[in-house]
Design a protein around this ligand. Sequence first.
Ligand code: DOR
Ligand code: ZN
Length: 344
Amino acid sequence: MTQTLTLRRPDDWHLHLRDGAMLRAVLPETARHFARAIIMPNLVPPVVTAADAVAYRDRIMAALPDGMAFEPLMTLYLTEHTDPADVRAAAESGLIRAVKLYPAGATTNSHGGVRDMDKVRGVLEVMAELGLPLCIHGEVTTPEVDIFDREAVFIDTVLDPLRRATPGLRVVMEHITTADGVAYARSADDLAATITTHHLVINRNHILVGGIKPHYYCLPVAKREEHRLALRKAATSGDTRFFLGTDSAPHTDALKEHACGCAGCFTATNTMSILAEVFEQDNALDRLEGFTSLHGPAFYRLPVNGDTITLTKGAPVTYPSKIDIGEGHVTVFDPGFPLHWTVK
Ligand code: DOR
Ligand code: ZN
């Protein structure tokens, strides 16, 4: 008997599309299933001003194959020089849907991020006034702090003080990886958290046991099993504060399989199949639509998509193990278990 599952068309609330040949290769992988995505601004150079966001949005739309529909939801990369008036105009015109805070040095192309929170106070106040979400990469960069503790320490030493100093600021805790992140996201109405596909599947053993697996290395790095289970519980709970942000982050194999490998898992291609499997394993298939299609629009104050996708369950499906980007290949995330759900 075929089982089917129809959902409002999903959105991806955290996505890296890059630029040029990479953009052209990976955009269809997302647009095939997703109507919209929050587009990360960590290009080289980053998307800092409204003018940068217009130009990047135009490059994304130019890369979209004929016959595909997709709406990029643009963001600005917050720097210590960001002009509050530019953010206000970009938000009021509907050009941007969020601003992204990278602590300087936290991850890929984050060196232009923020070192001193006092320098962005004016921007944060405008954002609080407008209700414009701040998407935060929540890790401290202090060398003394163990990489597995960086999220929990960030919550206590940066995020909580930041929110107290800017009442009304709406924050998306991006790609949470810990039970601490889950608990903090639950603590206030102006907070939400995205959860990636891969952090629902892997823990730190997947990266390190039996040989180092560069394609499972991402930031924030996957944590202990107890944290993965806390993320599974949050994602499948039906709590509207939690929604999908894949953080699908393509890097070529040459840069992943390297002495100093780049961080990122590429999940755009098989995310919906993996999520259906995960939610079914947790007896929560009826909550998948909330996670992928309803909770995100509610937090971002955008309408839910009008159309639907249908998944069917059958014999295991396979996906290409790599995407050809012309100047190399990008490895598709391997969940390590068979996938039975496929988008029709
Ligand atoms: O794994 C990651 N990859 N985490 C990030 O925060 C950035 C991203 C990227 O841009 O490659
Ligand atoms: Zn990211």
